[in-house]
Design a protein around this ligand. Structure first.
Ligand code: GLC
Length: 428
């Protein structure tokens, strides 16, 4: 076993075991259908953005369908945007009128989602934006949609971040009080290092992160809090890239979760065709677990409240793979054995899982494993994979590959699955 993360205040045992979750970015930006940052990117003033609020009517919303799709894909938890940077709340907060309840949707959209996902046995996570481009006391900065409007900036210069922080704390309390057990709180994000000349970014002082964290832990002991409050936390969250090794802080391995999109956008993005193929996403999941991490894979539902057919098809493809291979994911972590080229190992006790990202002819050689494997099989159909000591073509045991090399004899045909997996039963 590789070195394990030190325990933190959050309860991460279940999380590390479960490995795979669904991220959901949903809000009134889903109507613009051109990225959840549309208000920032197009510098849209509140008055113009209001049309989305006025017309938000997710008439096909049935969170049981979402939960079913996530479960069938092999996901074990979900994290949903309760509020994104545009400030719009999917939940019924008493501290704002800027919420789903006051749109044509006419109700709290988070409560039935929590119920549906919990009903399917998935754990519950809330994403909550620290940034707020709607709140009247959130000081205008270089990320704000009104950043280039000098007149607006001048008029709004007395905004008081302390009042905004109070709002943030109040809403956090609501989220952790009104929806039962919450397993994950996913704040987003701090940028205190940013300097826009006329303004600075925001961070832990602005959010009063220490005080906030204290309240969060009091309300939901054991909850997993991510790292974006700028004061550490239980979880590192590399975004839209695959780390090259187990993520470390101060040289020590930590609990981590890669968050990834299906097509580069978090919110529904109609014309974006950059869809990742199923086999790539499966490789991403495997790669993540092979480095001791979790994968949080995003879907951006439409404003009618549905998963886009392309997203559904992708989830289905992942689910087809997971049905046959999930024991190489759940409960697995990084192995001490170095994987051969184009392969990844995951390991759970004495089961070692070899994932082949490319299918070699005839055989694959595993260094360091001779004498250590009792039995080997393809995971998709439990068909035997014959093993021999040494490399083929050199006479078993007397070849240049060395005594420690184990050879697996492979069929010519690659199994018809996104990523073939060979299950190795280790002697100890
Ligand atoms: C970012 C983006 C955001 C997205 C998130 C997911 O910080 O601002 O739109 O919600 O990361 O990780």
């Amino acid at each position: 076993m590789p070195p394990q993360p030190e325990p933190t205040a959050g309860q991460t045992d279940w999380f590390i075991h479960d490995r795979f979750g669904l991220f959901i970015h949903w809000g009134i930006y889903s109507m613009a259908a051109r990225h959840e940052w549309v208000k920032n990117r197009e510098k849209i003033p509140d008055e113009t953005y209001q049309k989305y609020f006025d017309h938000f009517n997710p008439d096909l919303y049935d969170p049981r369908e979402w939960a079913q799709a996530a479960k069938d894909a092999g996901m074990k938890y979900f994290v949903v945007t309760t509020k994104h940077h545009d400030g719009f709340c999917l939940f019924d907060s008493r501290y704002t009128g800027y919420k789903a309840t006051n749109t044509p949707a006419g109700r709290d959209l988070i409560a039935p989602m929590v119920e549906a996902f919990r009903g399917e046995g998935l754990r519950v996570g809330f994403y909550h934006s620290l940034i707020d481009w709607h709140h009247p006391e959130f000081p205008v900065d270089g990320l704000h949609p009104m950043r280039d409007n000098v007149e607006y900036r001048e008029r709004e210069k007395d905004r008081d971040i302390r009042q905004y922080a109070e709002y943030l704390h109040n809403q956090s309390r609501e989220l952790l009080t009104n929806y039962g057990d919450v397993d994950i709180l996913w704040y987003d994000f701090s940028y205190s290092g940013a300097d826009y000349g006329w303004s600075k970014g925001k961070g832990k002082e602005d959010w009063q992160s220490e005080k906030l964290m204290k309240m969060v832990r009091e309300l939901q002991p054991g909850i997993i809090v991510n790292d974006r409050l700028e004061i550490g936390g239980d979880l590192k969250t590399p975004e839209q890239y695959q780390p090259r090794e187990w993520v470390k802080v101060d040289g020590k391995p930590v609990v981590w979760e890669a968050c990834q999109t299906l097509n580069g956008s978090w919110g529904y993005d109609r014309d974006n065709l950059d869809w990742k193929p199923v086999d790539m996403l499966v490789r991403m999941l495997v790669d993540t677990v092979s480095k001791g991490g979790n994968l949080l894979l995003n879907v951006g539902p439409t404003a009618r409240g549905t998963f886009d057919p392309r997203a559904l098809e992708t989830l289905k493809g992942i689910g087809d793979w997971m049905r046959l291979h999930d024991r190489s994911i759940y409960g697995c972590t990084q192995s001490d054995y170095p994987a051969p080229q184009d392969c990844r190992y995951t390991q759970n006790g004495n089961r070692l899982y070899l994932h082949l990202f490319a299918w070699p002819p005839f055989a694959i050689h595993l260094d360091g494993l001779a004498g250590k494997v009792k039995y080997a099989q393809l995971l998709n159909d439990a068909s035997e994979i014959r093993i021999q000591k040494g490399a083929i073509g050199h006479g078993a045991g007397s070849d240049s590959a060395g005594d420690s090399t184990l050879t697996l004899r492979l069929p010519i045909q690659k199994p018809d699955v996104a990523v073939p997996v060979i299950e190795l039963f280790l002697a100890e």
